[in-house]
Design a protein around this ligand. Structure first.
Ligand code: ZN
Length: 124
């Protein structure tokens, strides 16, 4: 049982609605089942190399790739790595998981803000 102070108000407790509690439980279940999550973005890129006589510098250019390029922030700097097809197959779902993780965090924050904003103890 939780102690609640008397603030001179009949309804002085944080009170998520049943729908809000169900939403929080659904978010928690999905988070628990999510699995691994890799930050950053995956994009297929065509590139030029450093050899001046290469076909990628010809007219018209025939670029190298496409490569599975993984870009993320690492210690404030942009870090880029190229994934093999094998790695791409293995890790692509982890990038999807990370995107979903961000969505769930945003949803949980919005839900929590809505509950806090409805708290009757504000503006006393
Ligand atoms: Zn080249």
């Amino acid at each position: 049982m939780r102690e609640t102070g008397n603030f001179g108000c009949d309804n002085d407790d944080v009170s998520p609605t049943p729908a809000q509690q169900a939403q929080a439980a659904r978010i928690a279940r999905e988070l628990a089942a999510l699995g691994f999550a890799l930050p950053g973005t995956l994009a297929d890129r065509m590139t030029r190399c450093g050899r001046a006589n290469c076909r990628c510098h010809a007219d018209p250019p025939r670029l190298h790739g496409p490569y599975h390029q993984w870009t993320r922030k690492k210690n404030g700097k942009t870090a880029t790595r190229i994934l093999t097809d094998d790695q791409f197959a293995d890790y692509a779902p982890w990038f999807d998981n990370h995107r979903r993780l961000r969505e769930l965090i945003t949803e949980l924050e919005a839900l929590s803000l809505a509950i806090a904003e409805a708290d009757p103890r504000w503006n006393r």
